[in-house]
Design a protein. Structure first.
Length: 569
């Protein structure tokens, strides 16, 4: 887990400034490579091959690579490459990537199992090759304007480039933020900056200054596996590290199943739990841990701490982000990073196995209002019409949007609907595809990456594994969901091997703070935000004064104004 950066200019100083802005991602080492065409940067968090042999940017002949992530099958790939004649000088997974590319080109990326964002400089071919893993676990931004091209792990890493070569506000991106609570890829706050999509490979031609896009086609095991076998294999792979691996434990289905499976396989990750007052999962977490014979390392998190963290973090976020679960996640990451560098987390369970209430409707499992005539629905007041449309599910795109929007009806949904139609193709599993392709990478994985890497903590997500996903896709979305109100039937069946029924089939509760903390935000902070928002009305698709009267919109507005005001400071 690291930070990567690069520009298509022989400017060592520029890349050093980019590195410095992302030093929190890689506190163990830093490096720069440059020649007459490019400059590459790297900050290292040492997890595999802790020796200087893992230093980056790393060379393999004329090739140079800067890499962020972990490749869990690197030992197997390394052996195959050695048999083919490749010689290695380190024990790192980074060298496996670059030597695999040297022998097989971009097709080698399909063999990788893990999470990554990397850039390979190929001077002989005159190109830069960028790749992001299939699920979008690791972030990657790129800047393109005229003859200028640059990339970085975080938007802040591109700040020197934006300042040097110019930038334009992306009005659509800001509008989408106020509806979704995050900026969905490929958009960023600036027109010149885009996010590499999950599973995308970009090839930048240094001579013509053109960019070509293609997609990974991950290789999966030929022999079908049961879901239990595939989960065990994924959990085992995610313990590949030269440092201890621990676990974010919430007491929910996903983290509890990961803990139980890890212990069954002989691993004993220390589970870290955050106690948030009045949260339903508190009692389940303690009961499940006791049943598994595990001692929790627990931290308390009060509303006062939540407010303090909100007031500080809103100015330090990489881009505007209004998911309230970021705050407790970042606090827990800070505590865990005092003793660990790697933590497992349960992202992906809900998105692949239908764990959200909206999936009951989107998968057609609740049809209550579908017989209501469309003409009658159209005559309902706006708030009732939105509720009815989400339940009727005639248009899955509109239904999904009504379930996930955070603007409390204050923003026109036209732009967001157009975006969803462009980003998510209609297909049989559309009900889950929205979350898998948008919410998961652009919200949840953004959160786990930024919250952890703010403190030099790598988050690993065993449910987001190509082999496990292939095993899950042997079953339909409805089979994975299972039909119960809280979904996730197939994961619950696995958990029943370890816990009694009352700890398995139970209500779901999200990992977030109460928006009631906003009532204690100083009035001068709100007034300052209101004045600033009114000065930038073209980027805000709602009335700022009205937004401050609605908790979710107020939260989004307070985050946005602080970010926009402070990003270039």
């Amino acid at each position: 887990m690291c930070a990567i950066a690069g520009v298509t200019a022989p400017d060592k100083g520029l890349v050093e400034r980019m590195n410095a802005l992302m030093a929190h991602r890689g506190p163990d080492d830093t490096g720069v490579f440059f020649d007459h065409q490019v400059a590459l940067g790297h900050n290292r968090l040492s997890i595999i091959d802790l020796t200087p042999g893992g230093h980056q940017p790393m060379a393999a002949g004329e090739l140079q690579i800067t890499f962020n992530g972990e490749i869990y099958n690197y030992r197997e790939l390394r052996e195959g490459l050695k048999k083919a004649g490749e010689q290695f000088v380190s024990e790192s997974d980074t060298e496996v990537i670059v030597r695999g590319y040297a022998r097989e080109g971009v097709a080698f990326f399909n063999k990788l199992r893990g999470m990554w964002a990397f850039a390979i400089y190929d001077p002989k071919a005159g190109k830069l090759v960028l790749s992001r893993d299939a699920f979008g676990i690791k972030p990657l931004y790129y800047y393109q304007k005229g003859k200028q091209f640059a990339f970085a792990s975080e938007l802040r890493g591109l700040r020197p480039v934006l300042e040097l070569f110019g930038h334009t506000d992306n009005v659509l991106a800001h509008h989408l933020y106020f509806l979704f609570g995050y900026i969905p890829a490929p958009h960023s706050p600036f027109v010149e900056v885009k996010k590499v999509l999950p599973g995308e490979v970009l090839i930048y031609d240094l001579a013509t200054q053109t960019l070509a896009h293609s997609k990974l086609v991950p290789e999966v095991a030929d022999t079908p596996r049961t879901l239990d076998e595939a989960l065990g294999d994924s959990v085992r792979a995610h313990f590949v590290a030269d440092v201890p691996v621990c676990l974010f434990y919430s007491g929910g289905i996903d983290s509890t199943l990961l803990l139980a499976k890890a212990r069954e396989l002989g691993f004993n990750p220390e589970p870290f739990f955050l106690h948030i007052p009045n949260r339903l999962d508190n009692e389940y977490a303690v009961a499940a841990a006791k049943e598994l014979g595990v001692k929790l390392t627990s931290f308390d998190f009060s509303p006062k701490q939540a407010l303090e963290r909100f007031l500080s973090l809103r100015e330090s976020l990489d881009e505007p982000f209004a998911d309230t679960s970021y705050i407790p996640t970042e606090y827990l990451s800070e505590q865990v990073a005092r003793t660990h560098k790697v933590v497992l987390s349960g992202e992906g369970g809900d998105e692949f196995f239908g764990g959200y209430h909206r999936h009951n409707h989107l998968l057609g499992l609740q049809k209550g209002m579908r017989l209501v005539p469309e003409a009658l629905v159209a005559r309902l007041p706006a708030r009732l019409r939105r509720a009815a449309e989400s339940k009727i599910n005639r248009d899955p795109y509109a239904a999904y949007l009504e379930f996930v929007r955070v603007d409390e009806g204050l923003v026109s949904r036209t732009e967001a609907l157009e975006f969803l139609h462009e980003r998510v193709a209609a297909r049989d599993e559309l009900g889950l595809a929205f979350d898998q392709e948008v919410y998961l990478p652009d919200d949840l994985l953004f959160k786990i990456d930024r919250a952890g890497m703010r403190h030099g903590l790598e988050g690993r997500v065993p449910f987001l594994d190509t082999q496990f996903f292939a095993a899950a896709r042997q079953h339909s979305a409805r089979e994975r969901h299972g039909g119960s109100p809280s979904g996730k039937g197939m994961l619950k069946d696995l958990l029943r091997n370890y816990l009694p029924e009352q700890l398995v089939e139970r209500p779901k509760q999200g990992f977030s703070i109460s928006l009631a903390v906003l009532k204690d935000v100083p009035q001068e902070v709100k007034q300052e935000a209101l004045a600033y928002a009114q000065q930038h009305a073209e980027l805000i698709p709602l009335d700022p004064a009205q937004a401050l009267q609605h908790p979710q919109s107020a939260y989004a507005l307070l985050i946005w104004t602080a970010w926009h005001k402070n990003f270039f400071k």
